[in-house]
Design a protein around this ligand. Structure first.
Ligand code: ATP
Length: 422
């Protein structure tokens, strides 16, 4: 068996897409009489600055001879990768073993690649010690993703799928002709086995990219048959190629559990704490709050593109206990989802006079309150119940604002009630 890993072949402006290139490599493998067992689409650390869009890397699992597989893939990358773009630095790595037999060092590298930052030198050191074939173009940074794609099969255990339909090459870069009604209808029929196809709040078709790439639409879900059924029902311009990818999208593989005190930049976390400041909406519509524990605090933000999610964040108040999830960069956690573990449902207010019912006045520093008319006294403020808009449980950003790797609540498996966005 052979595992081919590829990455960093596309350009934000010029198009292409590494998934498309992987399907071309898969075709070349089949033409050489190899069997393609699986195409793997891996989302790596979303905090990587030099990503084109979603920090994807691809692996092809095949029975073709490794040397031949390497030559075929190198040929495809050479002809199709958008190397004229200064930010495109393709990488190719080929491993001569089954995906299950990946050495621990490479599996570990894949885990790091999803949750930390790595260097090309580190990738090259591990490629060499594993004895893999590899090639890099320009600065060869794509070798990081290519190696991670090889290690990912053993690194992760939770998988979803995506059915991608591709456009005719002469249409790349032109507006996509897809019937929205057919997308919404098909998405409704297969929900929740299929998710993040549309955003019912904004009426947008999330499955259609906005870039000049070859993808017409991508249908994501838990069940390969269900994503296929949705794709079959969508009416659109001609589809020239389709492929089913096994992926770590929608799994939260990027999140690690941590305390507030151990947070590092450019990593994504699941962190518990107490809301320590009133949520504040600032210019641009971004909502900020502070999360704290006994020793430290962290600024959290729900940015404008997270739209209606911001209302849930605004409904938090100091004293609420939550677990927040998101990437930390520049000292701020970009909220992807949070769960309310305990709601603060009381507030301290100035007491009313038990006799006349009017608000009491302060009797001086640390001397409680008194009613000037009735001369009644109390020791301090009293607790009052407050109505809360939030309930206990998980809240998330809407499909349109979801990161590829973030797990939609509708997939289940969360430790509490969920309030899924669809
Ligand atoms: P494409 O469709 O081309 O894959 P993309 O949005 O996935 O686009 P890339 O163009 O692949 O982004 O850019 C990401 C680059 O970052 C790649 O060169 C990849 O090797 C590298 N990379 C991925 N994960 C990490 C990581 N954890 N640390 C450092 N570099 C990384």
């Amino acid at each position: 068996m052979t595992v081919i890993g590829l990455d960093d072949t596309d350009s934000r402006k010029r198009g292409m897409c590494t998934t498309y290139l992987a399907t071309r490599v898969a075709d070349a493998v089949r033409d050489a009489e190899g069997n393609v067992e699986r195409l793997l689409l891996i989302r790596l650390n979303p905090a990587v600055k030099h990503k084109t869009r979603g920090n994807a890397a691809l692996a092809i699992h095949t029975d073709l001879d490794p040397q031949l597989a390497f030559e075929l893939a190198r040929n495809e990358l050479e002809t199709a990768a958008e190397t004229d773009d200064p930010n495109t630095n393709p990488g190719l790595v080929v491993a001569p073993h089954t995906p299950e037999n990946t050495p621990d060092e490479i599996t570990e590298f894949a885990r790091f690649a999803v949750r930390s930052l790595l260097s090309r030198e580190e990738a090259e050191r591990r490629i060499e010690s594993a004895g893999y074939h590899s090639a890099g173009w320009k600065n060869g940074r794509g070798k990081i993703g290519a190696l991670a794609a090889i290690g990912s099969w053993n690194a992760f255990s939770e998988w979803t799928c995506e059915h991608i339909s591709y456009r005719k090459s002469e249409r790349w870069g032109t507006p996509r002709d897809v019937d929205f009604d057919s997308i919404f209808e098909a998405a409704d029929e297969q929900y929740p086995a299929v998710w993040d196809t549309v955003d019912r709040g904004t009426g947008d078709a999330v499955c259609i990219p906005h870039t000049p790439c070859p993808i017409l639409y991508g249908i994501r879900g838990d069940d390969p048959d269900a994503v296929q059924r949705v794709a079959d029902e969508i009416e659109s311009e001609p589809v020239v190629r389709t492929a089913l990818f096994v992926t770590n999208q929608g799994t939260d593989a990027h999140l690690r559990d941590a305390d507030l005190g151990s947070v590092e930049e450019n990593r994504a976390y699941r962190i518990s704490g107490t809301v320590a400041s009133e949520p504040e909406t600032r210019r641009g519509g971004h909502v900020f709050l502070t999360l704290a524990d006994r020793s430290t605090q962290l600024r959290c933000a729900a940015f404008e593109p997270t739209k209606r999610f911001r209302d849930h964040v605004r409904n938090l108040r100091p004293g609420d206990e939550i677990t927040a999830c998101g990437e930390v960069s520049r000292g701020t956690m970009k909220l992807e989802k949070f769960t309310v573990r305990r709601l603060d449902t009381t507030e301290l207010v100035t007491p009313n006079c038990p006799n006349c019912g009017r608000s009491m006045k302060s009797a001086g520093a640390n001397q409680g309150y008194r009613c000037r008319d009735c001369k009644t006294r109390t020791d301090g403020k009293v607790e009052r119940e407050i109505e809360r808009e939030l309930e206990l449980g998980w809240y998330e950003v809407p499909p349109e604002a979801r990161r590829h790797i973030a797990k939609p609540l509708v997939r289940g498996g969360f430790d509490g009630p969920t309030h899924p966005e669809r």
